[in-house]
Design a protein around this ligand. Structure first.
Ligand code: FES
Length: 159
């Protein structure tokens, strides 16, 4: 590749509208790659602009960088996705986006019940305490943060 075809990080930043720090982050995540000059300066192939466009489009619809990384798995590191690869990626993302929309619609419906309320009741508010994992244990049994594991009951232990 002719070195004049390579872009500096500043040029990629200017053309993509992203901060150089974001480009370095994408590179650290393996989503884009660069070569280095003798002076250790980054140089990007022009295809990086299309890769960055795909990353930004994915983020815009709420996908994670892990989602993008998985989608880029079958795209050579210095290449932009082909039309066929992009079509495959976007088709794979469609159900993920549909699920996000369904989740947000559920949150919106729960939020409707909170408008003008402000109680933040652990018993009544589905938005405040959506995963009432202890509900089967009777009234008042709620866990606000379901990812926190059970604390062992040590009350019967001998000293
Ligand atoms: S704040 Fe009262 S129901 Fe959500």
């Amino acid at each position: 590749m002719d070195r004049r075809d390579l872009l500096t990080i500043g040029e990629v930043a200017r053309r993509s509208g992203l901060a150089p720090s974001a480009l370095r982050y994408y590179e650290a995540r393996g989503l884009i790659t660069s070569t280095r000059t003798a002076g250790d300066r980054r140089r990007y192939a022009r295809a990086v602009l299309r890769r960055v466009a795909v990353i930004r489009a994915a983020q815009r619809v709420g996908l994670t960088l892990d989602d993008v990384g998985a989608a880029f798995a079958d795209v050579p590191a210095e290449a932009a996705p082909t039309r066929v690869q992009w079509a495959r990626m976007s088709a794979r993302w469609r159900p993920v986006i549909d699920q996000r929309i369904a989740d947000l619609e559920k949150v919106r419906a729960e939020l409707d019940g909170c408008i003008g309320c402000g109680c933040l009741s652990l018993q009544r508010c589905r938005l405040y305490n959506p995963d009432d994992v202890l509900a089967d244990e009777g009234s008042g049994s709620r866990r606000l943060f379901p990812d926190v594991p059970d604390v062992p009951d040590v009350s019967d232990e001998q000293p």
